[in-house]
Write a protein that binds this ligand. Structure first.
Ligand SMILES: *Cc1c(COP(=O)(O)O)cnc(C)c1O
Length: 438
């Protein structure tokens, strides 16, 4: 425990379920032997989404307006800004809770990985000879005959399973999703309706992933999407940064030495927020400040980032935590070491929040801005409040950001919710009200 780069008082807070704002000591550390994520892979991922856009548009009619691109708007939230941002500048939300096809941020990484696999099979089998060929071949019976021989498997707390299951089955693959005990019933039902095989595990996310991995390893025709160490997932998420750059430009929101950008990203195993951080730092360099947000019961990325390069991340269980949180998308006990090592010098810090705080934000998003999210997605809204904590102020001071705050932009990344059934969402709202009155 003591080898982690976490102060004694923060360790005590972590153990007693009190929120912390942890500043990453390795941030900007040029001496780190960096595990390089390749920038060219980021642009290749962006190109892949473009190549497949006509295919995706045919498979998913909801993409007709965006010409086959899976994207969400960047929304200004002035009322929420007043409520939670006393730092200055403007608050926006990135509306990935409403990403088409999968209804969560997992649409970015998950669908990208399915496309990578389909593209590889198509090249290996001579369906296409190169990336300039006509990709409508992916919609033919000939392609489906090949894809249907293969099974795509994944372990998930719910949303990654939805994304892989929906995209994989649409292209004609067999799909198997190993669900952790946190996974919501409606997510399983939705998948089964699409012909996805759902295997339920009475265990946490790590066990579900391991089950999927070993089952897939035994089968030559099985492809395992490894959420703990997949560069395909990571780069699919990272493309969000290129799209965000366009949106900011389009909405005349500057990001430069006079206009810092603060981004608050809900983190589970780390792939989605890590990929987006990698993308944002590639695009904006020092002007982007990325923070991960985790439930007090599951600060696995905090423990992972506070460890050393090339060492196993510390599981939250070693701090007596039980990942008991309503933020099912973030209920992960051990971080991805791969993501920790790739983003170690890029990430500004990690903060934690209680479920009560999540529910407060879930409620404010609805009542002030009419935005409906699942509990996991609301956690980013705690960002401006935590950056205003003593430790947050220290960060701002160290990086000479205090004089720039009135010209700063803050983005709370909303990560899931648009597929949540109405009754389920109402229960979230009821719980928010109940907790407020406690
Ligand atoms: C998966 C997920 C995240 C975090 O992504 P990781 O890659 O697990 O870190 C955040 N919010 C929601 C709603 C998710 O489903």
């Amino acid at each position: 425990m003591s080898s982690l780069n976490i102060s004694k008082s923060d360790q005590e807070s972590l153990c007693s379920l009190k929120p912390v704002f942890w500043t990453n000591g390795a941030f900007c550390d040029q001496s780190l032997p960096i595990n390089v994520a390749n920038t060219s892979e980021l642009y290749e991922a962006a190109d892949r989404f473009l190549r497949f856009a006509p295919v995706l548009e045919r498979l998913f009619p909801e993409l007709s307006e965006s010409n086959g691109l899976i994207e969400s708007p960047l929304l200004e939230v002035p009322l929420l800004n007043k409520l939670i941002n006393s730092l200055g500048g403007s608050l926006y939300v990135k509306a990935d809770h409403a990403l088409p096809v999968a209804g969560s941020i997992k649409a970015r990484g998950g669908i990208h990985e399915v496309l990578c696999f389909a593209e590889k099979l198509a090249l290996d089998n001579g369906l296409v000879n190169g990336v300039l060929d006509d990709y409508s071949i992916f919609l033919t019976a000939e392609a489906r005959a090949i894809f249907s021989q293969y099974t795509i498997a994944v372990g998930s707390t719910g949303n990654l399973g939805l994304s892989i299951g929906i995209a994989g089955s649409a292209l004609g693959f067999k799909t198997v999703v190993h669900m952790s005990s946190d996974a919501k019933e409606w997510k399983k039902t939705r998948l089964r309706k699409r012909g996805v095989k759902v295997v339920e595990h009475d265990a946490d996310y790590g066990v579900a992933v391991e089950a999927g991995r070993s089952e897939a390893e035994a089968d030559r025709f099985s492809y395992f999407v490894d959420d703990e160490r997949s560069s395909h997932l990571f780069m699919g998420y990272a493309v969000a940064a290129l799209r965000l750059q366009e949106q900011l430009k389009h909405q005349n929101i500057p990001v430069d030495e006079k206009h810092p950008l603060f981004v608050y990203l809900p983190a589970g195993v780390g792939g989605a927020p890590g990929g987006i951080t990698f993308g944002l730092k590639t695009v904006f360099g020092d002007h982007a400040h990325c923070f991960f947000a985790e439930p007090v019961q599951a600060p696995c990325m905090l423990l992972g980032m506070a460890g050393d390069l090339n060492t196993d991340p510390t599981p939250v269980y070693e701090y007596g935590l039980t990942i008991d949180t309503d933020a099912d998308g973030l209920a992960v006990g051990t971080a991805s070491q791969w993501v920790c090592d790739v983003t170690r010098h890029l990430l500004s810090g990690v903060f934690t929040a209680t479920d009560k705080q999540l529910y407060q934000h879930l409620h404010s998003l609805k009542s002030l801005e009419n935005i409906e999210v699942e509990p996991s997605a609301a956690i980013g809204c705690q960002g401006p409040l935590m950056l205003n904590s003593q430790a947050g102020q220290e960060y701002l001071k160290t990086h000479r950001l205090l004089p720039l705050l009135s010209d700063s932009t803050h983005i709370a990344w909303l990560t899931g919710g648009s597929f949540v059934p109405k009754e389920e969402y109402q229960r979230y709202l009821d719980k928010a009200v109940m907790l407020q009155n406690e």
